[in-house]
Write a protein that binds this ligand. Structure first.
Ligand SMILES: Cc1ncc(COP(=O)(O)O)c(C=O)c1O
Length: 384
């Protein structure tokens, strides 16, 4: 049996007619850039996430870059973030001339450790220059939004939520209020890269904000800083979401809640099967009821140096896996001039994590096969 990490074509075949119709409508309209579908999709996303403004851009990396720019962050400023993320989480800071301060992760959640964030805000030598925090809701798991809001109030820093992997995840506040990731940031960002939970058939991204002035900045920055064509108020860039992608995303948005529920069910199925096997070299993610993780990835930890050989074994059995991420952002060659310190939990995660196949259309026999292959591997490993 072959089990892919992610299969975009299965989703396509389920909603093929609707998608083709949506594309055909765009082609017939002759409007390909920033037209009625982008406008409607922005409205639908702001309603879905509970945010006043949703601004479509070309990809999630641009969304982050523009968000940092919108806050006026530049040379001499510092931004706290996690080193256990995709490159764009940090390059949006450096591309704006500012310096990242990498904080370690909580080893249980893989998300930025908010105790350490507070510590940095209290005692870092450059604490007066820290302008913002960029938390990432990694693998679809929501960072504690209530605590993030408190940190913002206590320290007066801005928050940019990187929601590239978390569209539709939420946090339940102590008063019972539910807030979705992306709804509390001064600015928040999304990616519609094809493998994301809400994935386009190409690149796409979005900026979210409740602030009218920030929204205004982002809206003109994405079109070369021009409110009126050929009259440039600021030096912006070209970062537009196109009509075909918006039309496709509007179709998929209708099914997004179903897709999330399926992913959560798959994570529970994996967990049930792994728990019954009691594999001591494996640490599985928790499925919580008090907040929602949308399982963009189902990531396990493989202990005692077994990760690479397990990955190879699974590959030999037709099971595709991936490593997010093999090297922390603080150790990337292009950042070597910064001389960041070491981050123990991040480095350990880089050595141990393994993402197993998860996508809404994966079948039970496929999940069972993945678990069976892992069981076989660990039984063999024990004998050696
Ligand atoms: C956490 C995170 N941030 C930012 C991005 C950048 O998004 P894009 O690939 O759409 O530029 C990604 C995409 O992989 C991501 O996973």
């Amino acid at each position: 049996m072959k089990v892919p990490l992610f299969d975009v074509t299965r989703q396509y075949h389920e909603i093929r007619d609707e998608m083709l119709q949506a594309i055909d409508n765009v082609l017939n309209s002759g409007r390909f850039i920033m037209g009625p579908n982008v406008e409607a999709f922005e409205k639908e996303m702001s309603a879905y996430l509970g945010v006043k403004h949703a601004i479509g851009v070309a990809n999630g990396s641009d969304a982050l870059y523009i968000a940092v720019k919108a806050l006026g962050i530049s040379k001499g400023d510092y931004v706290i973030t996690t080193a256990f993320s995709f490159f764009a989480t940090a390059s949006c800071i450096t591309r704006n001339g500012a310096t990242p301060i990498f904080v370690d992760i909580d080893p249980k959640t893989f998300n930025i450790d908010l105790d350490q964030v507070e510590e940095v805000l209290k005692s870092h030598p450059k604490k007066d220059k820290i302008k913002a925090i960029i938390p990432v809701h990694l693998f679809g798991r929501t960072v504690d939004l209530q605590r993030l809001e408190k940190i913002r109030n206590d320290f007066g820093v801005k928050i940019i939520e990187d929601c590239a992997q978390s569209v539709g995840s939420y946090w339940i506040y102590s008063n019972g209020e539910i807030k979705k990731s992306g709804s509390i940031g001064d600015l928040s960002t999304l990616s519609f890269f094809p493998t994301k939970n809400l994935g386009a058939c190409g690149d796409g991204g979005m900026i979210l904000t409740n602030d009218d002035n920030l929204a205004d900045f982002c809206k003109i920055f994405r079109v070369h800083g021009a409110r009126k064509k050929y009259f440039h108020e600021i030096e912006g860039i070209n970062s537009r979401l196109d009509e075909i992608q918006a039309a496709i995303l509007r179709v998929k948005l209708k099914y997004l809640e179903q897709y999330h529920e399926k992913r959560i069910k798959i994570a529970r199925t994996y967990n049930g099967l792994f728990s019954s096997l009691k594999l001591d070299l494996l640490e599985i993610p928790q499925v919580h009821d008090d907040f929602r993780c949308i399982f963009h990835q189902y990531v396990v930890r493989v202990k005692d140096g077994h990760r690479e050989s397990l990955k190879e074994y699974l590959s030999s059995k037709g099971v595709e896996t991936a490593i997010y991420y093999p090297l922390g952002l603080h150790k990337q060659k292009c950042f070597s001039h910064f001389e960041f310190g070491s981050l123990q939990n991040t480095e350990k995660a880089c050595e141990e994590v393994l993402a197993l196949p998860i996508f809404p259309e994966i079948t039970e026999p496929e999940i069972e096969y993945v678990v069976k292959c892992m069981d076989e591997y660990f039984k063999e490993a024990k004998k050696c």
